[in-house]
Design a protein around this ligand. Sequence first.
Ligand SMILES: Cc1ncc(COP(=O)(O)O)c(C=O)c1O
Length: 263
Amino acid sequence: MTSGTLPARYRSAASTSGSTSPLGRWVVYGPGRYARAVRDGDCRVAVVVSPNNPTSVAVPAGDLRRLCAAVAPAVVLLDESFVDFAAPPAGSLLPDLAEHPNLVVVKSVSKVYGVGGLRLGFSATADPALARWISDRLPIWNVNGLAEEFVRLLPHFRADFHASCARVRAETRELAGLLAELPGVHVVPPDANFVLLRLPPGLPADRAADELFAARAILTKDCGGKTMPDGNRWLRVASRTAAENWAVVDGLREVLGRATAPE
Ligand SMILES: Cc1ncc(COP(=O)(O)O)c(C=O)c1O
């Protein structure tokens, strides 16, 4: 959400709102409330990241369609970089562009195809003036040759891609289940290929991440540096192969055991 007044409004809402979220004290804007905030704040752009990072939570596609209709003519800037990992009712709004000319979908291709080095992404809108406004601001060689070739090859691997996303979805769900069984750990049900979890008090996330790396060479992301309440209680764990997922669960069990063991 962008506007001069909205960040302040968000802070004030965040400090007074009761908890409606599986995440604890965080404020959850349902589509109706978010649309009202966009209109009341006179915002020109409403930003939604679905699934979000680091929460791994997606917004149902129907809610996003309703949001587009409710805030028009404000633009809905929708980041769908992780959407291929999400199951219904989440899903891409690319097929809905014509119906919502105020919708701009942006996507980093690096996530779902695992090609961060290609620096490839796109934006899509049915509004020709907005599309021109965006392309006028891009350098002419904004996609490198290797990335272009990758895009040309992609259609040949559509079936493999969908199979791979389904596998990632199943393994991430399994990882979330295993992590949720660890003592004192609260897991946010994931829609992307990573899991956000809250650690018990007494084990800061940066310490957990350091210990996992030192003991097992496993990289996780502590959320201490992020603008979220109690960031250093939250750890983001990527889902990888089943064996690697078991290793991260085992490692975290050990770290938790040390943190809660009597001195
Ligand atoms: C939701 C989301 N969109 C876009 C990006 C940008 O990704 P990249 O720089 O790999 O293209 C990120 C990076 O983490 C992200 O989390």
